[in-house]
Design a binder for this molecule. Structure first.
Ligand code: NAD
Length: 426
């Protein structure tokens, strides 16, 4: 079979995250010589649920919201993936993220399939009561799919441990007893895991450390720009600072701050907390998000949203290493340009897999009712990320391909093996 990507599809990968995810899958499937039957099966999400539901607002009016839960694949185990609250959530975005979760879980060899959920809502525009009501109703609407043995949500953009606590409580109320393993990323007081909050960034920085060693980048004093001042971005700033790197720029949706001597993570967090534009912080230069992406730094960490480095700006990216904290921040066309310029990309399905890694640890702890210490979590996480990085690095050499293609090949091979050995029902 020849590559199924037409030039039209290739163009749509710039706009449509699901087309981009399919393009990446097709590229790796082609190199693997994956059988057509498996290929057509793995290109389609297994289940897609769209829900429209009412929420009573504080002023007594009723607003309708739309949400989704998509399970891409469950061949290796229960579906696993976050829930995103954002006004721009769309079905193709959720499909793409569900598919990425399948590969992400497989690349770090977790016994999970992939899923994702989302609600079209601007969470910051709701009161706490409205957010709780919306969450409980959405959890009820998707209760037909989620459960500790079937599909386990976690936080993503716009959601957090409190949202997970409300989902866990709602599902538990339906059953009449506590079901902590129905979600991960919960507060520790109700069965959450130690280290979950920082897991994605800890894993990301582990991958950066491994990649920097291979590429001969000395992290002591290396300059870094981080797009996104949320859970992943700010955690990355902390861990990068710990390993001696100098984070010179950080941005959020308000724009960014630059200081060549390095930024102080606590001051950035305080500005975010006060909803202050980062560029207004004292002692920094204000920069735009597009300027941040093209700064002359050693390492660029896009950790905000998808589709940030595209055919339009990839030619101006100057970092030697791009470590994808976010899901899908580099489009396929953007990637081609970066690779041609010799930039190394640590791909999302590997680089940000630390979050789902510790989510897996949380699920295991909940099922056993037996909890691990901080150091057990961080040792197991570090060893999981080191092993996965090593396997991807090795394969990229053997196959003479980029790291994303190698990570996809490793992941698709594992999922295809599970699908083949299980066989086709009936
Ligand atoms: P978050 O909501 O905590 O933070 C998102 C950040 O991105 C915020 O600072 C926000 O202001 C910024 N942002 C939003 N739109 C932007 C724009 N247009 N330009 C620049 N900045 C913008 O989210 P998070 O949990 O840190 O997730 C960030 C990314 O990492 C997402 O792609 C998510 O899917 C991915 N991810 C998250 C986890 C996790 O454990 N949280 C795990 C794996 C991957």
């Amino acid at each position: 079979m020849t590559t199924v990507v037409s030039s039209e599809t290739s163009h749509s990968t710039e706009q449509n995250p699901f087309d981009a995810a399919l393009y990446q899958f097709d590229t790796a499937a082609e190199r693997l010589g994956l059988d057509d039957r498996l290929r057509s099966m793995l290109r389609k999400p297994r289940r897609e649920l769209t829900v429209n539901f009412p929420v009573e607002m504080d002023d007594g009016t009723v607003s309708m919201f739309r949400g989704y839960r998509v399970q891409h694949n469950v061949h290796r185990g229960p579906a696993k993936g976050g829930i995103r609250y954002s006004s721009s959530v769309a079905l193709d975005e959720v499909r793409a993220l569900a598919m990425l979760m399948t590969w992400k879980c497989a690349v770090v060899d977790l016994p999970f399939g992939g899923a994702k959920g989302g609600v079209q809502v601007e969470p910051r525009a709701l009161s706490r009561r409205e957010l709780e009501n919306l969450t409980r109703r959405y959890a009820t609407e998707i209760a037909v799919l989620i459960g500790p043995e079937s599909d386990i949500p976690a936080p993503d953009m716009g959601t957090n441990s409190q949202v997970m606590a409300w989902i866990m409580d709602t599902i538990s109320m339906h059953h009449g007893y506590s079901i902590p393993a129905v979600v991960t990323g919960k507060p520790v007081s109700i069965g959450g895991s130690r280290g979950r909050l920082t897991a994605t960034s800890a894993g990301l920085v582990r991958v950066i450390v491994e990649a920097a060693a291979k590429l001969g980048i000395n992290l002591e004093g290396a300059t870094v720009a981080v797009q996104g001042a949320g859970n992943v971005g700010m955690g990355a700033v902390d861990f990068l600072t710990e390993v001696g790197a100098r984070v010179v720029a950080v941005s959020d949706r308000t724009g960014g701050a630059f200081n060549n001597r390095g930024l102080d993570a606590d001051r950035v967090r305080a500005a975010v907390g006060e909803l202050m534009p980062l560029g207004d912080m004292p002692g920094v230069d204000a920069i735009t998000n597009s300027e941040l992406l093209t700064l002359d730094v050693d390492i660029l960490v896009p950790a905000a949203i998808e589709g940030q480095i595209t055919s339009r700006n990839a030619g101006s990216v100057r970092a030697k290493l791009v470590a994808e904290g976010a899901n899908g921040p580099v489009t396929p066309r953007g990637e081609e340009i970066l690779l041609d310029a010799g930039t190394v990309i640590a791909p999302d399905i590997l680089a940000n897999a630390g979050g789902v890694g510790v989510s897996y640890f949380e699920w295991v702890q909940d099922l056993q009712g037996f909890f691990w210490t901080d150091s057990q979590i961080s040792e197991r996480l570090a060893s999981m990320m080191r092993r996965a990085f090593g396997e991807v690095w090795e394969l990229h050499f053997q196959e003479d391909c980029d790291l994303r293609t190698a990570a996809y090949m490793l992941a698709i091979r594992r999922v295809a093996e599970a699908a083949s050995v299980r066989g086709l029902y009936p």
